[in-house]
Design a protein around this ligand. Sequence first.
Ligand code: BGC
Length: 752
Amino acid sequence: MPAVISAICATTLLWATQTVAVPSPPWANQSLSPDARAGLVVQAMTEAEQLAIVRGILGIPYHPGVPAPLGGNPQFHDLVGSSGYVPGNARLGIPPLQETDASLGVANLLGMMRPGDVATALPSGLSLGASFDPQMAHAGAAMIASEAWHKGLNVLLGPGMNLVRDPRGGRNFEYLSEDPWLTGTLAAESIRGIQEQHVIAVPKHFVLNDQETNRSWANAVIDEAALRQSDLLAFELAIESASPGAVMCSYNLVNGVHACDSDHLLNRIVKGDWQYPGWVMSDWGAVHRVDAAANGLDQESAADIDEQVYFDAPLKKALQAGTIPQARLNDMVRRILRSMFAEGLFDHRPVKSAIDYKADGEVALREAEEGIVLLKNDDHLLPLAPKPLRIAVIGGHADGGVLSGGGSSQVMPVGGPALTVPVEAGDNPMTAGLNAMLFDPSSPLAALRAKERDSQIRFDPGNYPEAAAALAKWADVVVVFALQWETEGKDLPSLSLPGGQNELIAAVAAANPRTVVVLETGGAVEMPWLNDVGAVIEAWYPGQRGGEAIADVLTGAVDPSGHLPITFPKSIGQTPRPAIPGSDVVEPAAAMGPASSGGGTAFDVNYSEGALVGYRWFAQRGLAPLFPFGHGLSYTAFAYANLQLDGGKALRVGFDVTNTGSVPGDAVPEIYLTSRGDETLQRLIGFSRVSLKPGETRHVSMNVDPRLLADFDAAHGGWNVPAASYTVALGRSASDTVLTASAPIQGSTLKP
Ligand code: BGC
């Protein structure tokens, strides 16, 4: 058959609905630009068809025991079952949007999205952040998106990329770091990885949804320049570099206006200053007025859980009254369709098909190994040696699996959860299941036993410090696991390990100082026992191969190479807001579902630290943290030399790094701007991850994004790089400088 005829047949088939073949419409022409194709569809649509695409519904299919917004409606016949769904249009050949969470794997909250379905569970976002590895971000995100596509899903509601501003934030585990450059760089690679699979990426939550406490009514108060240099900069970098199809605006208010209703944030900054061509979708239950459409919101997600469905009859009324122009509805629709064309949602429709979970599990293992941070290692207690050893493993359900975080990002891991531990009961069926800790399979105890065949390994669950201490006395070395569970919808009340775990660790360490603490935590915790233990490992929530990754690091099969993407404070008193704002405000209902948005009273969260998030705050205040941002030890050693700066119009940094130890490892050199003229600063302006064999040297060079050298000038609306001598430090962490160098930089201004 001539190629042209086979191409036409293929196109006709592709554009066919499930039952009847229709002739290809003009927008099926793949040689047209996404804008042109979207424009053609918009012209062909009726107003009712346009309105149908600017709102979605909760994507949870009917399931016994769950309130069913979709109960048997034939309009939703092709719903796969996920967080959100926007029906397609058979007349025009528009595919549905099947929207799934997100950054840690294809989520299946409570197993009710797709009963019985599983997916590869990756480590938490902060674990990825700790890898300082953009390629890992890419590989992990591509893996998730590929699983999504093979499940029939075409929108991935991630990456989660809020900056970690409060160490108690209930969703910190979903995010990447406290730094705009690290977050923006990793998020950009995640977006690229997702969209290569013909799945739309949706970076979220735009912006400043940095606490969970009463999140729908928390009003983030911050000055414009500080916002541009921190949370907005992370989004700006990721959006500019990787062009996500959509962006999700957040629940909270920013300077008095709900983020999804903010003309300033959405129209002026995202669509104006950044010239973003994609669409803005709301978070679930984050819309409170139809006017949000005029203020830049393009799509009302899960409209069935808002106080009312705004982007239907109320929007129609506003169009008729002329308070929202018809051109605006066209623009909303065009933006959605444009991204759908640009990312291949029309031309590469998802096909439900088999997934290679074994191969995907290898990605989970690699990501976990790269993210584990060795915080302390006195007298080379790790890796475990000499063999054989008597090893006591204690606590943390290490005989079962590894902890995962709760909420909309929760993945049902391949093989099912190893263990479910109820936390507190709830009456609301939408939220009750959020109150259970899920453990991913991959028991650290089993993995250690598999690797340490000649050693004797005994386990104690850690319920009684006395019993654990007795076992510790028997052992040559003790590995005690400690857990801190985070979930969407709740912030942590403190940074203390809960449930008597500090007392357990203290008792074990008193019995045997050769104690290694393995933390499976969402983020930072206080460590009152730190001086009494020999080694500490931060394993975060390490995903469904996490037990193996922990065993690999403990035994030295893998060199630990993770570095903290957040500062670990000594106590909450060192952070900008020791009391969580709004804790005393009673929100109408729990975290998820209809009532999360309804009728609250706004209260202020004063971001008085401005752009000085995390390590920058500590530097400016002269505070010594428990462990600094960027910290992470290794079993080998790295030496740095020849730090060179090229100044002038732009800044370029180069240096050499050598593995001077005896095992292969990955160095993570960090480049900080430490002064500009006579102004002292601390900003991460570059980093790298370099794999080196013993004795190997590599030259590394990088261009610095000028916005990292600049201040935002809110009065004139642009970035200002002052002419000055710039001093740069190469560090092993934000507090450990190895080399410094200076160079003059010419003054310049950049568009906002
Ligand atoms: C979360 C989003 C999520 C959405 C859909 C919301 O509660 O804030 O991150 O994508 O639910 O599950």
